[in-house]
Design a protein around this ligand. Sequence first.
Ligand SMILES: NC(=O)c1ccc[n+]([C@@H]2O[C@H](COP(=O)([O-])OP(=O)(O)OC[C@H]3O[C@@H](n4cnc5c(N)ncnc54)[C@H](O)[C@@H]3O)[C@@H](O)[C@H]2O)c1
Length: 383
Amino acid sequence: MSAPSIDDPWSVVYMTNLSGPVDLSKSYNPSSLAGKTILITGGASGFGAAFARHWAAHGAHLILGDVNDSLGEALVAELRASPTTRADQFITYQHCDVTSWADQVSLFRAAVSGSPTKRIDAVVAGAGIVDSNASFDQPQNLDDETTIPPPPPLRVLAVNLTGVMYTAHLALHYLAQDSTTTSGNRDRHLLLISSIAGLLGLPGQTEYTTSKHAVMGLFRALRGTAGLLGPAPERNDTPIRVNVLCPYFVSTPLISRAGMALLAGAALGKLEDVVDAATRLMADDGIRGRALAIGPKMRVVDIAEGDEYGETVQMVESEPVVPGRSERKQAVWEVYGHDYRRVETFTWRYMAMLNLMTGLRGWVGFVKDLLGLCFGGAGSRGR
Ligand SMILES: NC(=O)c1ccc[n+]([C@@H]2O[C@H](COP(=O)([O-])OP(=O)(O)OC[C@H]3O[C@@H](n4cnc5c(N)ncnc54)[C@H](O)[C@@H]3O)[C@@H](O)[C@H]2O)c1
């Protein structure tokens, strides 16, 4: 049986409203960031700080949450003082330990109340840590059978998984909200940060690898439902988009000296390529439910093409250039493009039911509005 095409209304790819492969050769327009309110966890350093610098220069309103207050406050001072920052641009930092539900609720509330538009347009779940001691793989204190030893710390899971789940849960709520000052037709974007460790196993980083695979699980499930569950179909609200980045090693404070020593001489990913991929996903509201892996720029020959779903079919690296064949370099690749292409019964039925319910919500809203017009009620727009 051949796999259903993206345009087949009976395919789950169609029902989930996922977009097709990202055309990475096309330019995108970062000016669409101007006026968007973007919340970034882990925004004080590394990727989060680089996103903040780049997006502030394009006119985005920003709220950064982090545990590194001195770095976060210094970054906000730098951005506010930048000649490219407008006087009415909202740029702020708030202490937020992502493992604390209360801290995260407070960060999201501060974003809504501080934003000039009183809404959040995009959320980046960026906070993350590694286990530099590889402690999970080396059980301690288990020999003394007279006491119950403490459990393994699992701090990496707390930050990289529980923290991200809290962020995603809050994002689903706040991105679905409208504000009284705008029409419903606006962007709503959740950008998750997994890793190459979400695609491959990194020995010695068991907890980290587990957490980043879990982020891929979160992404793969959520991209099916996020656009259908939240916003109000009766107002033709734009669906919530969920995308994910899977960077290879990039030199940031996350990578310890020992890690950098192990990588000595090897090609690394580049911060500017991660910023570019994130900005493409942030700026282009047509990209829904896509995963981009970012690595060192690799030489590919022209037989390396993405298939219908954007996944690389064949990639040729470091081979001698075949005379007469064009050569290009690429740092960003699509992954998990085949999800929802073939599904089992549960997923198909669940998605069909969700689509039906969303359609019904739209009709109920329409009838309410009609009754409101006829008899003077508030209708669904008063929601
Ligand atoms: N650098 C890489 O090679 C690489 C590769 C793949 C994925 N990533 C992921 O990218 C994300 C950003 O990492 P980075 O490389 O920019 O590292 P980084 O250390 O420079 O930035 C991470 C930020 O998260 C913050 N943070 C840590 N614990 C927190 C907590 N409990 N609450 C709030 N903030 C907290 C840190 O203070 C820091 O500012 C992480 O999720 C990381 O796993 C990094």
